[in-house]
Design a protein around this ligand. Structure first.
Ligand SMILES: Cc1ncc(COP(=O)(O)O)c(C=O)c1O
Length: 334
């Protein structure tokens, strides 16, 4: 039983069969029919002109930043964004840009503060060229469409582009009850992960205008992301869209069921305002090394981060697994 992340999901039987039979070609020449098919389907789903298959979510976010910016620019990021917090300072290292942190209010920009974060035209200031958003947010929240629309409007008024880290955009769409393209309309580029709740073994897709993706293609090569016969991976993404995407809501339902179980346990405080996704965040009243205790019972969870535990449900989690986890936590804590 593995509650660490939805990245632990394994390729399904259908994916393994599809890999065996995948039509492939050299993708650096644009010749891989499976990669091309995945890119076309993703572009259609997200309502963008073009798409590019890349190795990971981090790669995709960084490729977007490199494509949108020039060295010396400043980009706006939320203080709790994956790009800022969990990508090892890559924007400075790879693109030579400065990250200006913005206050996170319920996992989105403070709309009153945001306009003041853009730099004026002055020889002393860097150019603010990009605003990064995240939806679904890794905090367990989904950002409302009207908030995204307002951030996009402000960015455009200031002459900046918007990149959306949509690693879990389909989870956000499930929660909002909208098509993913309705979320994607408020971004110039979007990164979408196939290897999280969608269960593919490897891969993300970067989307945007044709002009943007043509430019990103060269940077993908520079970053070493030209993957040749990548069709064996891309077909898994196609299976994700056909077979895993339609069941994504089940993970959310299971996470809510888990939260109900946890709320009954003395000593656990569930973050009830962050139950939009397939994740449950909680804190403990007393300090216990839960990861270690659960491991003894054959249950994997991540150690606490910033004083908080996170449990994630996914295609490999059953109701019985959740019941066993809740029982184990009761044993440990009571
Ligand atoms: C919101 C978000 N963005 C980006 C990433 C990076 O994805 P990858 O692990 O494929 O680099 C993650 C990974 O968990 C994530 O949660």
């Amino acid at each position: 039983m593995d509650f660490r992340s939805d990245t632990v999901t394994k390729p399904t039987q259908a994916m393994r069969r599809a890999m065996m039979d995948a039509p492939v070609g050299d993708d650096v020449y644009g010749d891989d029919p499976s990669v091309n098919k995945l890119q076309e389907r993703m572009a259609e789903l997200l309502g963008k002109e073009a798409a590019l298959f890349v190795p990971s979510g981090t790669f995709s976010n960084q490729l977007a930043i490199m494509t949108h910016t020039q060295r010396g620019d400043e980009i706006l990021v939320l203080e709790d964004a994956h790009i800022f917090f969990h990508e090892a300072g890559a924007p400075g290292l790879l693109s030579g840009v400065n990250m200006r942190q913005a206050k996170s209010v319920s996992s989105c920009y403070d709309l009153d503060e945001l306009p003041s974060l853009f730099r004026d035209e002055d020889i002393h200031y860097p150019r603010t060229s990009l605003v990064c958003m995240e939806n679904a947010h890794g905090s367990g929240r989904v950002v409302a469409l009207d908030k995204m629309a307002q951030v996009y409007k402000i960015a455009k008024e200031k002459g900046a582009n918007v990149h959306l880290d949509g690693a879990r955009i389909f989870n956000a769409a499930v929660h909002l009850g909208v098509e993913a393209k309705e979320i994607a309309q408020y971004a110039d580029s979007i990164s979408v992960c196939l290897s999280k709740g969608l269960s593919a073994p490897v891969g993300s897709v970067l989307l945007g205008s044709k002009e943007f993706i043509d430019k990103a293609l060269k940077y993908r090569k520079i970053m070493g992301g030209g993957m040749r016969q990548a069709g064996v991976l891309a077909v898994c993404g196609l299976v994700s869209l056909d077979e895993v995407l339609p069941r994504l809501e089940e993970d959310h339902i299971l996470a809510n069921y888990l939260a109900l179980g946890l709320e009954e346990i003395e000593g656990i405080e569930v973050a009830k305002d962050r139950l939009d996704l397939n994740m449950v965040f909680f804190t403990l009243k007393d300090k216990v090394d839960l990861a270690q205790e659960l491991l003894k019972r054959g249950i994997l969870v991540n150690p606490e981060e910033e004083g908080e535990y996170r449990l994630v449900t996914h295609i490999g989690t059953s109701r019985e697994d959740v019941d066993r986890l809740v029982l184990a936590l009761k044993e440990i804590l009571q």
